[in-house]
Design a protein around this ligand. Sequence first.
Ligand SMILES: Nc1ncnc2c1ncn2[C@@H]1O[C@H](COP(=O)(O)OP(=O)(O)OP(=O)(O)O)[C@@H](O)[C@H]1O
Length: 231
Amino acid sequence: MLTVDNINLHYGAAQALRGVSINAEMGKITCVLGRNGVGKSSLLRAITGQHPVSAGTIAFDGTKLDGMAPFNRARTGIGYVPQGREIFPLLTVKENLETGYAPLARKDRFIPDDIFSLFPVLQSMLGRRGGDLSGGQQQQLAIGRAMVTRPKILVLDEPTEGIQPSIIKDIGRAIRYLRDTTGMAILLVEQYLDFCRELADQVYIMDRGEIVHQGTAETLDTPEARRHLTV
Ligand SMILES: Nc1ncnc2c1ncn2[C@@H]1O[C@H](COP(=O)(O)OP(=O)(O)OP(=O)(O)O)[C@@H](O)[C@H]1O
């Protein structure tokens, strides 16, 4: 389980996270919802080690992550699908997937078949450059690349952003498949309410750097929850 306990995060003098605590359990999809700029990406940057926290602790699988470099967090089993996907545009699809080998022991350096069962388009485009793929295909590639690292928790930053509905469905199916077959934890930040409502086992809502609501997916339909999500 991932445990985020009472963290603060600053950009210079500006505080982006205030006493944020969340848990993401193994075999569950945990969704953090919130409007633009409330601190969702900052929370994921704190978890993946892209930005230091100024207070609080983060632990995964019994290991405290405080002060640990991002590549070592990847070794403990944290797979990250960043906002905007961050595909290498001049590398081929295959080479992009192979960048996921970095935290792996030599014997594990292969591309698991289930990536291609989930996203057949990646197999048919293995030799194409990442930059030539559509936004949706790049999102599938970013998830595939994170899967190559054999994560125990997959952390996704707005995977539906700018993506057409048919591919959003494929991504939802893939996330469910990963939860059900591997038992990994999935932590998803999103603005897209319906996507979270359909997938999530547990939801949190953030507003202005704080967690303001916590519950099951059904609780998203309460007026209290809606108030934090409407612009
Ligand atoms: N590198 C940075 N330097 C200074 N301020 C930042 C930086 N990154 C984010 N912020 C600010 O921190 C706050 C939280 O931003 P964050 O990106 O975490 O929000 P978000 O909920 O992920 O929003 P979005 O959905 O737009 O990505 C915002 O006010 C943002 O302007």
